[in-house]
Each structure stands twice: as structure tokens, then as C-alpha cells.
Design a protein around this ligand. Structure first.
Ligand code: PBG
Ligand code: ZN
Length: 316
């Protein structure tokens, strides 16, 4: 076995998997009304961007080799209906228009309501529960408004039942048959989202998300979620988080032939960055972590390390 490990050339020749920058998706936060950038304390090295500096930032990512970004908006106004999420000149709608006119990037808006509702929950409340069916109707409306702004793909992350079907139908009915859906299919109710909630200002004001996101104890149930999303018309399914859920990813890879994304979430990023910054582990840990997600079977990986990895590989 050691013969093929002898030189870098043979190691590379025999490598079964690896990081492909073409398959990395960088999450980007855009804040309404912000001028310039604002660092996110919970995520060292990650910032929110104002629309004034967004083109410049996206072009620099593009120069480094990043082809796709996942867009999150932080609106000025929140209400019970999450109406800023489908406003014609909402923050995400404006960002999509700017990004598609000034860059060649694939801009994928995350489609949820938690940044837009006063409650911080992912949909419209009925008492203390999120009303599933009223919420998926709003998701359809948000999807259409993103498509009208120029989005070619949307990524519903709310974990409502039937959300993919509702979005597919709304898109088709409005003439957007060519807009595709990257479905957050197996999204767990994870503690690993807490740095993100500071980044996106989307912490629930009461309770938690366990009545819609998956129980971390379940892997077979994830297969059902993915199967449903495929039947409802998902073009790509997703496992989220990634590193603690590689078993789920590998199981999904063995079972489904459609493209699978894995989302390495905010705390995966922050825990590793803090360990690197503290000198506890070498920076190469970043490559090892992201490689493990590709090795487990992901076709593409959403990671806050995308920018850093791309810059390192390209020297840009
Ligand atoms: C919104 C959403 C969340 C993340 C992506 N989309 C937060 C949540 O569900 O609370 C988490 C991403 C991350 O932690 O990096 N539904
Ligand atoms: Zn949400």
C-alpha cells in the first residue's frame, strides 16, 4: 500500500476525492441600509456587506474562483407576516439584481422567513406554532419575487412540509420553469447554528425550531425527507449540518442519484477558526474537514471557508 503514497504525484493520482473550488458555495450576508462592511463577532473573518460594496466583494470572490454564493438578507423591517421577504425592493431582491447585472456568479437566495418575522421563527405563527400551510404559500410568493429579480436557483430552508411542491408550483405558474430548487431537505435542529443567528439576526424570540427541524437522533427519517423533496421537484437535496452528520450524507449518497449538497454551518466554521487562531491545531485542519465532506459523498459544499480555500488555491 505504501508504493502509491511515496510521492506527491502518486498520492494525487490515487486520490479518491478532494476539494473542488468549482463545487464550493460561499454564504454571503447582505444588510439593508449598511454602508461598507460590518464584521460578525461570532464568526471570525466573516462580515455583513452593504449593497454599495457587494459588487466589489463578489467580483473578488469570482477572481479567486468562486462560482456560486448563498445569499442571506438582513432587512431593516420585521413584522408578523415577514413581508420584507417578498418586497419588490427588499434587500435580497436588490442584491440579486446587482449581483446578476455586475457579476457572472450564480446567486442562490436562501429562502426562509426567520430573518423577516418579529418572532424569529421560520414562518407565520398560529399561537406558538408555525402554521405550515400558510407559511408555504408565503414561501411560494418569496420564490417568485426572487425569480423576478433574476435568481436562477432558490434554496428553501424552513423545513415546512410540502415547501418544495408549493415553491415549484408557484414558480411554474409564474413563468419560471427554469428556476431550480436546492432543497434543505435534511436540516437538523442543531446547536451549531448559533453563530449564524447573530450573523443573520434570526434568533427565535421564544422556544426553538424543534417542531419543524429534524431531531438529531434520526438518520432514516432524513431519507424520507429527501425522498419527499425529490418527489416534490427538488433539483438538488441537502444535508445540514455537515461534519456531525456525515453518516446521513453517506447514506443519502448511496441511495439517491440526484445532486447532494452539504452545508457546513456557522459553528463548524467558528469552532475550527477559533482552534486555529488559538494555535491548537494547524490551519490544514480546514482542508481535512472540507475534504471529509466531499469524501462522504457531497457534490457541492456550502462553507464559510470557501473564500479562504479559493484564495489560497488561486493566490487571488
Ligand atoms: C434559516 C437558516 C439558518 C441557517 C441557514 N438558513 C438558521 C436556522 O435554521 O436557525 C444556518 C446556517 C449556519 O449556521 O451557518 N432558516
Ligand atoms: Zn428560517
Amino acid at each position: 500500500m505504501r508504493r502509491h503514497r511515496e510521492t506527491a504525484t502518486t498520492r494525487d493520482l490515487f486520490a479518491e476525492s478532494g476539494i473542488d473550488v468549482n463545487r464550493l458555495i460561499m454564504p454571503v450576508f447582505v444588510e439593508e441600509g449598511l454602508k461598507g462592511t460590518r464584521p460578525i463577532n461570532s464568526m471570525p473573518g466573516i462580515s455583513r456587506y452593504g449593497l454599495d460594496v457587494l459588487p466589489e466583494y463578489l467580483l473578488s470572490l469570482q477572481d479567486a474562483g468562486i462560482r456560486a454564493v448563498l445569499l442571506f438578507g438582513i432587512p431593516l423591517k420585521k413584522d408578523a407576516e415577514g413581508s420584507s421577504a417578498y418586497a419588490e425592493d427588499g434587500i435580497v431582491q436588490n442584491a440579486i439584481r446587482i449581483a446578476s447585472s455586475k457579476t457572472g456568479m450564480l446567486v442562490i437566495p436562501d429562502l426562509c422567513m426567520c430573518e423577516y418575522t418579529q418572532s424569529g421563527h421560520c414562518g407565520i405563527l398560529d399561537g406558538s406554532m408555525v402554521d405550515n400551510d400558510r407559511t408555504v404559500d408565503v414561501y411560494g410568493r418569496i420564490a417568485v419575487s426572487y425569480a423576478k429579480s433574476g435568481a436562477k436557483m432558490v434554496a428553501p430552508s424552513g423545513m415546512m412540509d410540502g415547501q418544495v411542491r408549493a415553491i415549484r408550483e408557484a414558480l411554474d405558474k409564474n413563468g419560471f420553469r427554469n428556476v431550480s430548487i436546492m432543497a434543505y431537505s435534511a436540516k437538523y435542529a442543531s446547536t451549531l447554528y448559533s453563530p449564524f443567528r447573530e450573523a443573520a439576526d434570526s434568533t427565535p424570540s421564544f422556544g426553538d425550531r424543534r417542531s419543524y427541524q429534524m431531531d438529531p437522533r434520526n438518520a432514516r427519517e432524513a431519507m424520507t425527507e429527501m425522498e419527499l423533496d425529490i418527489k416534490e421537484g427538488a433539483d438538488m437535496i441537502m444535508v445540514k449540518p455537515a461534519l456531525f452528520y456525515l453518516d446521513v450524507l453517506a447514506k443519502a449518497r448511496a441511495r439517491f442519484d440526484i445532486p447532494i449538497a452539504a452545508y457546513s454551518v456557522s459553528a463548524e466554521y467558528s469552532m475550527i477558526m477559533n482552534a486555529v487562531n488559538a494555535g491548537l491545531v494547524q490551519p490544514e485542519v480546514i482542508n481535512e474537514a472540507i475534504t471529509s465532506i466531499f469524501r462522504a459523498g457531497a457534490d457541492s459544499v456550502i462553507t464559510y471557508f470557501a473564500e479562504r480555500i479559493a484564495r489560497q488555491e488561486s493566490g487571488n
